[in-house]
Design a protein around this ligand. Structure first.
Ligand SMILES: [Zn+2]
Length: 262
């Protein structure tokens, strides 16, 4: 049994065959899927899906790229959704400086907006005693600085981890987790391979980030939750461990990390 800890099942890519996708995952032994939100609308959609399927849990949160569109009262809305027991974490939240506006003043304003939205949601997670799914892109130092601001008192997973072992250590030293996607099956991802080999056995889990990042040999096609099986196989190969050891560690760590209702 294996958990896909990061799936965007409410995306339009799944609107034609969502039920079949969920059934296929179960048939392949994926016994739990965490549906990860990126804004208020998807937080509600993720909860609706999770309420419909026993094998699904969900998160609530505002992605950094949606921070500018968050309404002023977004925290109280997140709070209402997070009261439901199917909500397993806050996420995905964080910082993404990858595509900032070219005008320096506009870029600074965008960073400020992302930081204040992230800061507010870290405080929210702490208040709610919920763990946090972190999205970080081209903003490593700022992200860590903001976690240090709250004394790393919220348990975080850096999802779709593609950084090298030194950065991995910066996280595990702070008590945080990492989660690996199909990226580790790509031949041109040496840092991700090195981290997949170096991650402590009690500090990682696995995900798809579907519909994105389909693992080899499905690269470039729509990704779906059963593909986490291929991520686990690559992880076992990279570490020279039996597949069952990877399945066990990943599922056990996910259970320890998330607030699952059962
Ligand atoms: Zn995602």
């Amino acid at each position: 049994m294996l958990t896909d800890t990061h799936a965007h099942l409410y995306f339009p890519e799944f609107s034609k065959d969502r039920e079949a996708v969920i059934a296929r995952a179960q048939k392949e032994g994926i016994d739990r899927i965490v549906v990860v939100a990126t804004d208020l609308g998807s937080s509600r959609a993720a909860l609706a899906l999770a309420q419909k399927h026993a094998s699904l849990a969900c998160t609530v949160g505002i992605h950094p790229n949606s921070a500018h569109a968050a309404p002023p009262g977004f925290l109280s809305e997140l709070g209402e959704i997070a009261a439901h027991k199917k909500v397993a974490a806050v996420g995905e939240i964080g910082l993404d400086y990858h595509r900032l506006p070219s005008d320096p003043e506009a870029a600074e304003a965008e960073k400020d907006c992302q930081r204040s939205t992230f800061r507010a949601q870290l405080a929210f997670a702490r208040e709610q005693s919920l763990p946090v799914v972190i999205h970080q892109r081209s903003a490593w130092e700022d992200t860590l600085a903001m976690l240090d601001e709250v004394d790393n008192a919220v348990r975080c997973v850096f999802h779709c981890f593609g950084e090298g072992p030194e950065r991995l250590q910066e996280l595990t030293r702070r008590g945080h987790f990492v989660s690996f996607t199909g990226l580790i099956t790509f031949p041109n991802a040496p840092l991700a391979h090195a981290s997949a080999q170096a991650a402590p056995l009690d500090k990682f889990f696995l995900e798809t980030d579907c519909p994105f990042l389909a693992p080899v040999p499905h690269r470039g096609k729509r990704c779906e939750p059963w593909h986490v099986r291929l991520v686990a196989e690559e992880m076992a190969r990279l570490r020279g461990l039996p597949l069952s050891a990877i399945d066990d560690a990943s599922s056990r760590n996910a259970r320890a990390f998330f607030r699952f209702a059962d």
